[in-house]
Design a protein around this ligand. Structure first.
Ligand code: HSE
Length: 436
């Protein structure tokens, strides 16, 4: 059988990784896919440079429009990133009845509903394993392996850059800026690293996971995002003393009131496997009603890890492109007409436990005032300690862990606490999850 013909849009880190894997593992991939998978065309801005890297049989162009319109291509692999011009090119490729493989989480988080609807209309596949958690086959696991389950929640470390930064800061005491530079040099960070630091990249991925887990349309606007930019070394230290690590988690949960979709720094008990995920590694914890809790771990970024997912998608498309579209695994795990809109919960409606750090005057009655206000707002204290003030110092830090509380109540209580004359700075609050 003739090889399936692939066109690559973009030839950066992941594009080169894809080229290299297809070249190196050609024979095994063919044995698995049932026919060869061949890159026949690459569209890249610097075509001359790409020509020096790839084999003579591959056409290199600087026109992505020409590639998506090309009659000699069966699958378009979109590795440009971002929404513009990726959205238009992907829709154009679909319009030309080409299957699409993409690792573009931003594109799917923002325009996924439109793209999947277009693909469904013409009966082509849009595969996107590489868009979430790089080399970890989490889409496959959720969409197929766990298909018997009612998914209850997902909690994941799904941004390698921020996990790398948090790990390095904790282990070496290095500054935020120097660790970020390292992450960029190693190729983990997004073109705009604020996407990593501010939780946007994690929210893109979480939004996709949420839809596949609960059978809801993709809704990036519903995501709450809080990044790691404001985390202080002191909080990382205090959390350790209490038996926790701070991780940037993406959490999506189905409650009786609706769906939570949130990314924020989170205290994770040290004895959970997730707390030991260090460096740029990713890990996703999924709670299903039948299977219980399962954990998926691996590299979430980098050339070949992400390309590993891209090539897996190419094999999947190669195996199933002749199947009746109605018999393929649906893009979002649920049949397109069976997606349902559930209520989306804002962060104020979230119930979780909290870590508070309060800078206070070290004098009688301070703690009593704070405890009274927390009690007034139904917030119960789970643990606390006070830093020993240094010689002659008349202020200190009080660290509190709470039982579960409604965020709206926490906001009201902290608003009152911050008006106390003995509370000397805004209260630091970090959410905490037991992940059981
Ligand atoms: N910037 C992303 C990360 C790359 O750090 O995880 C993979 O999406």
């Amino acid at each position: 059988m003739k090889p399936i013909r692939v066109g690559l849009l973009g030839f950066g880190t992941v594009g080169r990784g894809t080229y290299e894997i297809l070249r190196r593992n050609q024979e095994e991939i063919q044995r698995r896919a049932g026919r060869g998978i061949e890159i026949v065309k690459i569209a890249v801005r610097d075509a001359a440079r790409a020509r020096t890297v790839v084999g003579a049989g591959i056409e290199v162009t600087d026109s992505p429009e020409q590639l998506v319109g090309s009659a000699g291509i069966d699958i378009v692999v979109e590795l440009i990133g971002g929404c513009d011009p990726a959205r238009a090119l992907v829709l154009e490729a679909i319009g030309n009845h080409k299957h699409v493989v993409t690792a573009n989480k931003a594109l799917l988080a923002v325009h996924g509903n439109e793209i999947f609807a277009a693909a469904h209309r013409v009966g082509v596949m849009v595969a996107f394993e590489g868009a979430v958690a790089g080399g970890i086959p989490i889409i496959k696991a959720l969409r197929e392996g766990l298909t018997a389950n009612r998914i209850e929640w997902i909690a994941g470390i799904i941004n390698g850059t921020s996990n790398f930064i948090l790990s390095q800061m904790r282990a070496t005491g290095a500054s935020f800026e120097s660790v970020l530079e390292q992450a960029q040099a190693l190729g983990y960070a997004e073109a705009d690293p604020r996407f990593d630091i501010d939780g946007v990249d994690a929210a893109h991925k979480l939004t996709i996971l949420c839809s596949i887990a609960f059978g809801v349309p993709i809704r990036f606007e519903a995501a709450y995002m809080e990044g790691i930019g404001k985390l202080a070394a002191a909080d990382i230290r205090y959390a350790e003393q209490l038996g926790y690590r701070i991780k940037l988690l993406g959490i999506t949960k189905r409650t009786s009131h609706g769906v939570e979709l949130r990314v924020h720094p989170t205290l994770v008990p040290m004895q959970r496997l997730l707390a030991s995920v260090e460096g740029p590694m990713n890990a996703v914890l999924v709670k299903g009603d039948a299977v219980g809790t399962t954990l998926y771990y691996g590299p979430g970024a980098g050339a070949e890890p992400t390309a590993s997912a891209v090539v897996a998608d190419l094999v999947d498309v190669t195996r199933t492109h002749t199947a009746d579209p109605d018999n393929r695994v649906p893009h979002l795990a649920f049949q397109p007409d069976a997606l349902v809109n559930l209520p989306w919960l804002g962060i104020e409606d979230t119930v979780t436990s909290y870590y508070f750090r309060m800078r206070v005057a070290d004098r009688p009655g301070v703690l009593a005032d704070i405890a009274r206000i927390l009690a007034d707002h139904r917030i119960s204290i789970d643990a606390m300690f006070q830093r020993e003030p240094s010689e002659g110092e008349n202020q200190t830090d009080i660290i509190l862990l709470t039982h579960e509380a409604l965020e709206r109540d926490v906001n009201a209580a902290l608003g009152r606490i911050e008006t106390l004359p003995t509370v000397l700075a805004p209260v630091i609050r970090i959410r905490q999850e037991e992940l059981l």
